[in-house]
Design a protein around this ligand. Structure first.
Ligand SMILES: Cc1cc2nc3c(=O)[nH]c(=O)nc-3n(C[C@H](O)[C@H](O)[C@H](O)COP(=O)(O)O)c2cc1C
Length: 190
């Protein structure tokens, strides 16, 4: 079995296709520090057809295996030991495409025969994030960290930079320097 690293980048910006946002720029800058043999999977969540989430916990009690793009994301999640959320701050919170996927994690926990929780507990989660103000990004950072803790995932912290119009973060020398070390090593387990 290969011991090469394998990372899944889940991009949650809603920029129009073909426009690279600040957050993706920052994540790709961080990914430049990865070893050449590291596998990188990038998924743009806003471009996927994810169904609405329905809370069946106290009615059906379980969920059928997902299909379509939701199944595709689930398989990508299961395959990658290192998960990286690439998400701008929207209204002090998690952007809709990523929030919708996280809601579906509640379903993944209840698909008969799917060991989602046990598998996620072997993985790490990191957040790459941009917004106008670091202090006001903290509620979103805390939300993602608490999701990691809930699933027993190793929390690898946040890489944040000031965003704005596309290209803003690319002008930020400090962001570039901080990005260089963010993904350099796998997240150690506590
Ligand atoms: C719907 C929406 C809500 C936003 N809410 C916030 C916010 O609460 N706080 C903030 O500092 N910036 C906010 N922003 C600004 C974005 O976080 C910022 O422009 C970010 O760099 C965009 O990332 P992107 O270029 O990767 O798409 C918001 C932008 C949008 C489109």
């Amino acid at each position: 079995m290969s011991d090469a690293r394998h990372l899944l980048f889940l991009v949650a910006s809603t920029r129009a296709p073909g426009t690279e946002g600040n957050t993706e720029w920052l994540a790709r800058e961080a990914a430049r520090a990865l070893p050449a043999q590291a596998r990188q999977d990038w998924l743009h969540l806003a471009g996927l057809q994810l169904p609405p989430f329905t809370d069946l916990r106290h009615s059906a009690g379980s969920y059928p295996p997902p299909t379509g793009d939701l199944a595709r994301v689930l398989e990508a999640l299961r395959a990658a030991p290192e998960i990286v959320f690439v998400a701008p701050v929207y209204w002090f919170s998690i952007p809709t495409p990523l929030k919708l996927l996280l809601d579906h994690w509640s379903a993944f926990l209840r698909v008969p025969g799917l060991p989602f929780k046990a598998e996620m507990a072997t993985k790490s989660l990191r957040l790459v994030c941009t917004s106008g103000d670091r202090a006001k990004a903290q509620p979103m950072v805390d939300s993602v960290r608490l999701c990691a803790e809930f699933l027993g995932m190793a929390w690898g912290g946040v890489l944040w930079a000031k965003g704005g119009a596309p290209g803003t973060t690319a002008q930020d020398a400090q962001a570039r320097a901080e990005a260089a070390g963010f993904l350099a090593q796998p997240v150690p387990r506590a």
